[in-house]
Design a binder for this molecule. Structure first.
Ligand code: ADP
Ligand code: ASP
Ligand code: MG
Length: 409
């Protein structure tokens, strides 16, 4: 018998009508004899609303209380979907992360799943029930509720699919697949039928928030295929799968962008062993993620280092760096939180040359200045002024031949 996990994002459970439409999809799957487990997000806007309430009271609210608070959003949508399904005669019950056995570490607001103890869920499925799980949450060793980071329901769904040994993890959302870039920015973006785990991981990590990057990381590690599809129209979506099963194609598969970036530059710090470690050690200890790093050639026994962090970590990172730089007697520390990243991604880059030069030329002809560059085997990322993001994404999408012919014509 086939077994699937179906995940429904915020817009798919955003209103009672949408919950009914979601129930239609679940019911169809059950009636087709497929063992079905469901993961839901909070109703769209709900997580932001809850965060807003806390912030109105206190800018710097306690992390444990924040997770306790925001985890409630998913509980509402899960119970409402269970109520709708029960009304239709489908055996369904909702479960929180705690009840479903999602064990995590204790990093509130960005917890990692350690294990999914799914005996109860397996037993429920075995008895013909549809378990409906709250996404985005788990429980730490102390028994406190944790959350998995924004967009974390995708990761809950993939983790559940792996634990239940499902055949596929269906992720239902408000677009009918993964596009060559965000269709909200480039209407000529085209749907990708199949994308490799590796490319999808780069797309998600570089800002394509259509899937949380950790969900793709997990799916890749356990070879769990993801079918990303629309809950609004019943058409095939995008299969995220093994690269071997995909035919060769163009150099570039997609363009991603991320506005959530800030840049810190330290000028004139002593250039000797241990400097980078002294600088980045305390930043890592504070739990901040450093992304692109560029260090200049040393000329006078000193060097300059520039790096990026998520914008939300900017103030904290700046404070740490200023402290260290005062100790090291650096010449200057500068920050800029009006930067963004734009990336071109594709496994085809391994066999096509000239991708970087084409990317740089495309930006140059539009007078867009590149501030930093970083590459991996299947990705080139540039840091630029945030105001240029839309223009850069559109230009690159077109230059690499990704515009869909119908709309571009
Ligand atoms: P959900 O609430 O269902 O999890 P999200 O808002 O998290 O939905 O993700 C879907 C959105 O991701 C789409 O509406 C789209 O605007 C955006 N998106 C960004 N990049 C892409 C891309 N490359 N392909 C498809 N959608 C993308
Ligand atoms: N509700 C959470 C969020 O808005 C988790 C999710 O939707 O995946 O980030
Ligand atoms: Mg999402």
């Amino acid at each position: 018998m086939k077994r699937v996990v179906q995940k429904f994002g915020g817009t798919s459970v955003g209103t009672l009508e949408r919950i009914q439409a979601t129930a239609d999809i679940v019911e169809r799957s059950v009636r087709a004899g497929i063992e079905t487990a469901v993961v839901v997000s909070a109703m769209s806007g709900e997580t932001n609303r809850l965060i807003g309430l806390a912030k109105a009271l206190c800018e710097d609210a306690n992390e444990r209380e924040m997770d306790q608070l925001v985890s409630t959003g998913e509980q509402v949508s899960a119970a409402l979907l269970a109520i709708e399904l029960q009304k239709r005669g489908v055996i369904a019950h909702s479960y929180t992360g705690v009840q479903a056995g999602f064990r995590t570490d204790s990093s509130f607001s960005r917890a990692r799943i350690m294990s999914v103890e799914c005996d109860r869920m397996l037993e429920r499925i075995g008895s013909g029930e549809v378990p409906i799980l709250t996404g985005f949450q788990g429980v730490n060793e102390q028994g406190d509720v944790t959350t998995l980071g924004r967009g974390g329901s995708d990761t809950s769904a993939v983790a559940l699919a792996i634990a239940l040994k499902a055949d596929v993890c269906d992720i239902f959302t408000d677009v009918d697949g993964v596009y060559t870039t965000d269709p909200r920015i480039v209407p000529a973006a085209s749907k990708i039928d199949r994308i490799s785990f590796e490319e999808m991981l780069e797309m998600a990590s570089q800002g394509a928030k259509v899937l949380q990057n950790r969900s793709v990381e997990l799916a890749m590690r356990y070879q769990m295929p993801i079918h990303l599809r629309s809950s609004f129209v019943d058409v095939p979506g995008t299969m995220v799968m093994n690269e071997d099963d995909i035919m060769e194609r163009a150099a570039i598969t997609g363009v991603a962008y991320n506005r959530d970036e800030a840049k810190i530059t330290i000028k004139g710090i002593p250039d000797h062993p241990g400097i980078a470690s002294a600088l980045f050690g305390p930043i890592a200890e504070a739990g901040l993620n450093v992304d692109v790093i560029v260090q200049n050639v040393s000329e006078d026994g000193t060097t300059d280092i520039t790096f990026t962090v998520p914008r939300s970590d900017y103030r904290q990172a700046m404070k740490i760096v200023q402290g260290i730089c005062a100790e090291m007697k650096a010449r200057d520390v500068k920050g800029d939180d009006n930067v963004a990243k734009v990336s071109v991604i594709g496994v085809g880059m391994r066999s096509h040359s000239g991708v970087a030069s084409k990317m740089f030329a495309t930006l140059a002809t539009r007078g867009i200045n590149i501030q930093m560059i970083t590459t991996s085997e299947i990705k080139i990322t540039v840091v630029l002024e945030e105001q240029h993001v839309n223009e850069a994404v559109k230009a690159l999408h077109s230059a690499f031949g990704l515009d869909s012919e119908v709309i571009a014509a």
